[in-house]
Design a protein around this ligand. Structure first.
Ligand code: GLY
Length: 342
């Protein structure tokens, strides 16, 4: 077993990696507790969910919105949930984001915890207290930062995760290595095949080191005023590509990371050899590194998204593999760099 503590300003969160039957106290999910999950998991894990108060949401990011929240509040009210109720988010990042937001707002906030079931939620989305929903074209624009009491991560749930979803989550894991863990990256690069075996022996220690990277960053900067921005590596271009093409988040972030690596090269940080190593790593993982979208469309989407925060952007570059740096830059200068690498 492995445990890390997120020390939030208001609440602390115990991140535990291990066997769920040993880590989850059954009292937490009985009586006055409500489990929020999605329609896919409700079928896959009907035995685990049997006999519990379960609220089922439709899966997928397109349902991470206020209409789904409305449905959750209705069900909580009808079932008599009160201030002492506990909410457990059981699912991928969409479920943990929405369950955390429901718990943070229902009756001005009730206690909550997460059991993430996807790799992306295990290494990233369930940790750090970001809860919320999308609004129209804006992702995660409504929400808060509030830490769950616990996050229990059991690799057993990866068994039912489709291969494509596992690779999708691996993009965020590679991002962690690139921004903060050079030796972890070298180990991954040398043993990619074994890391791609989601039921292999390495997975528990991988989840332990991955979650530590995220926890350390959040503990330094819970509210994302500085260091936490590094977690956005690959996301400036990645979000635009995700929005334009509709591909999975991790796949878009993979393309965004290779763009950001090439721009880091233009900024005088990464060597062409390092960029090649990053590209090989993503490709060998099964992640995309190229895109079939006009450069002007990508730039237009980035500009539209950034209108709300002026003409500057905190671009996350790599100083070297394992070390990210925050570079404040004018959007017009970033555009020039992007055009140069195309
Ligand atoms: N997923 C990025 C963050 O938690 O800050």
């Amino acid at each position: 077993m492995c445990t890390h503590i997120v020390k939030g300003k208001i609440n602390s969160s115990a991140i535990k990696i291990g066997n769920i039957s040993k880590l989850l106290d059954n009292k937490t999910i009985s009586g006055n507790s409500f489990i929020i999950t999605d329609d896919n998991l409700a079928v896959l894990y009907k035995d685990f969910l049997y006999d519990k108060n379960v609220i089922v949401v439709n899966h997928g990011d397109k349902n991470k919105n206020l209409s789904t929240m409305d449905m959750i509040y209705d069900k909580l009210l009808k079932a008599g949930a009160d201030r002492k109720s506990f909410i457990l988010g059981f699912g991928g990042g969409m479920v943990t984001d929405i369950a955390g937001f429901a718990a943070s707002t229902y009756m001005r906030g009730v206690r909550f915890g997460f059991i993430p079931t996807s790799l992306l939620a295990m290494v990233d989305a369930s940790i750090g207290g970001k809860n919320g929903v999308n609004h129209h074209r804006f992702k995660n624009i409504i929400g808060n930062i509030n830490q769950p009491d616990f996050v229990i991560i059991d690799p057993v749930f990866l068994k039912t995760l489709p291969e494509e979803e596992y690779i999708n989550g691996m993009a965020e894991a590679i991002k962690h290595l690139l921004i903060a863990d050079e030796s972890g990256f070298n180990n991954y690069y040398a043993n990619i095949k074994s890391f791609l075996n989601k039921t292999g022996n390495e997975i528990s220690s991988f989840l332990c080191s991955q979650t530590k990277i995220k926890v350390d960053i959040v503990n330094n900067d819970e509210k994302e005023t500085g260091e936490r921005k590094k977690l956005n590596f690959g996301h400036t271009f990645g979000h635009a590509i995700e929005k334009l093409s509709g591909i999975k988040h991790g796949f878009a972030v993979s393309i965004g990371m290779i763009i950001a690596a090439k721009i880091s090269g233009k900024m005088g940080y990464l060597s062409s050899n390092e960029i090649q190593i990053i590209e090989n790593t993503l490709m060998k993982t099964g992640l995309p590194v190229s895109y079939n979208l006009p450069a002007h469309k990508i730039l237009e989407t980035i500009t539209k998204d950034k209108k709300k925060s002026g003409d500057d952007i905190d671009f996350i570059a790599l100083e070297k593999i394992g070390k990210a740096v925050i570079v404040p830059i004018k959007i017009k200068d970033l555009k020039k760099l992007f055009i140069e690498i195309n």
